[in-house]
Design a protein around this ligand. Structure first.
Ligand SMILES: [Zn+2]
Length: 84
């Protein structure tokens, strides 16, 4: 599980692709559609305010859990902080 240096959904405003609603295939950073199979997955908690590591989710049900989202290859390269 990777953690990123930008907030979840921080670039969604710049993308118009999510206006039809969340399908679960949007990159959690930029909102562009990610092709399956997803190489990079991130967990979003605090109602979209924070990334979570796999350990966070294992230890307790995090507040504001929003589920797992794919991360596009470009965003992954650009914003990844660490592998967890
Ligand atoms: Zn992206």
């Amino acid at each position: 599980m990777a953690i990123y240096s930008v907030m979840p959904f921080s670039l969604w405003k710049e993308s118009k692709r999510h206006v039809r609603g969340i399908t679960g295939r949007e990159c959690a950073i930029c909102g562009k559609q990610v092709r399956e199979p997803f190489k990079h997955i991130a967990i979003v908690i605090d109602g979209g305010a924070r990334w979570a590591s796999a350990e966070d989710v294992d230890s307790a049900a995090p507040s504001g859990y929003m589920g797992e989202f794919p991360i596009g290859a470009n965003c992954h390269k650009k914003y990844q902080l660490a592998e967890g």
